[in-house]
Design a protein around this ligand. Structure first.
Ligand code: MG
Length: 383
């Protein structure tokens, strides 16, 4: 029986993790849940599973819930998430938080001797070097939940990582894959949120529309598989059937395929290298008929090129890039800035910040604060 702590339980990945757990009651149990402000969703979850510890964002919610559920212990705020990650007795932390907020819980889980099933890619984008150091020091592992990285992880099974020629991360291209630069100027939030293949949270759907997400995934792959950037390629593949591939030194290419449903990568992160039954659709290649591939257009989507650049230069650049993106992504969703201004802000932040080796958590927090401040200043200017 694997004992889990799930952070971000009311989000898209969190809910699908609970679904996977409920499909295998003999294999998994949930020790603790972290949710944000979606208390209605939390209460729905509590009807389905028994859990003794919960953390929510707001103190008043924690107090209200403590009265209503006397058998459950409630924590709140960032400290609550860290308590769950560090102090509980469990086997795997499922980190399904969104954004930079996911970094510290991942680090605390590793430092307290836990493995992490990671859906929060920002953890590695911002602080990959710090996480790598902690993994080595505490002898812990990360299991990818991101579908592309799960595909690579699966395609690596039984092979020697030193014989890898390159990783090929596939990209659907998001909501605007067929739009010209000119057309991207006045796209709306509603259009950006309509992803053609995947149903995901709002932040990542916008990150997919400008391909920041794919850039983040390149950085994530660099840290997860300890692969140099020169050996990581992105390939456009609009059908999202091949979730990613690994090419070996003999030019054999291993691809992992499936329907676009996150429950498979979630489950594999929790059972690998073992496989378990999963109730989901069968991939019907005959019905799909044909698959398409093309090279990414980094002129149209410059954030992908920026991510490679920031990744290679390292230090604080990726943390600054992530922070600026987090603020700009939100401002776009709130209707405060046009779509293309997201990239202006993110590129500007990386160009204008002073490079720093960022060898501590304090330096990471500083880089994050700088990137956020830069973005907020730019957003203010257009108001
Ligand atoms: Mg992905």
């Amino acid at each position: 029986m694997k004992r889990l702590v799930i952070l971000g339980a009311s989000g898209s990945i969190g809910m699908q993790t609970i679904d996977v757990v409920l499909q295998h009651p003999a294999d998994f149990c949930i020790r603790a849940l972290g949710v944000g402000r979606n208390i209605a969703c939390l209460e729905e979850i509590l009807k389905k599973i028994d859990v003794s510890v919960v953390s929510v964002q707001k103190e008043e919610d924690a107090a209200m819930l403590a009265e209503k559920y006397p058998d459950i212990r409630f924590y709140h705020g960032e400290a609550g998430l860290l308590t769950l990650a560090a102090s509980m007795d469990y086997d795997v932390l499922v980190n399904a938080l969104v954004g930079f907020a996911g970094f510290m819980p991942t680090l605390k889980a590793i430092e307290s001797g836990h493995d992490v099933a990671l859906a929060n890619k920002e953890t590695l984008v911002c602080g990959g070097a710090l996480i790598e150091k902690a993994l080595d020091r505490y002898g812990r592992r990360l299991y990818p939940i991101d579908s592309e990285h799960s595909a690579i992880f699966q395609a690596l099974q039984g092979n020697d990582i030193s014989s890898v020629r390159r990783l090929i991360i596939t990209a659907s291209g998001g909501s605007f894959r067929n739009k010209t630069r000119e057309e991207l100027k006045d796209v709306t939030v509603e259009q950006a949120l309509a992803h053609p293949n995947w149903s995901m949270g709002a932040k990542i759907t916008i990150d997919s529309a400008d391909m920041m997400n794919k850039g983040f995934e390149v950085i994530e792959a660099h840290w997860l598989f300890r692969m140099p950037y020169e050996k990581i390629d992105v390939l456009m593949h609009p059908e999202s059937v091949i979730h990613s591939m690994v090419e070996y030194c003999d030019h054999s290419v291993m691809a992992q395929m499936g329907v676009p449903d996150m429950r498979l990568p979630i489950q594999y992160a929790l059972t690998a290298p073992k496989r378990c039954e999963l109730q989901e659709e069968t991939l019907d290649l005959a019905a799909i008929g044909s698959l398409h591939f093309s090279r990414p257009d980094t002129e149209r989507f410059p954030l992908l090129a920026l991510a490679y650049e920031a990744g290679k230069k390292g230090g604080n650049l990726c943390a600054v890039m992530n922070a600026a993106n987090e603020a700009a992504n939100l401002a776009f969703r709130q209707g405060r800035i046009p779509f293309l201004m997201i990239e202006d802000i993110v590129i500007g932040a990386v160009r204008e910040c002073t490079w720093d080796p960022m060898d501590s958590v304090d330096a990471l927090l500083e880089a994050d604060a700088w990137g956020t401040e830069y973005a907020l200043t730019k957003i203010e200017e257009v108001q």
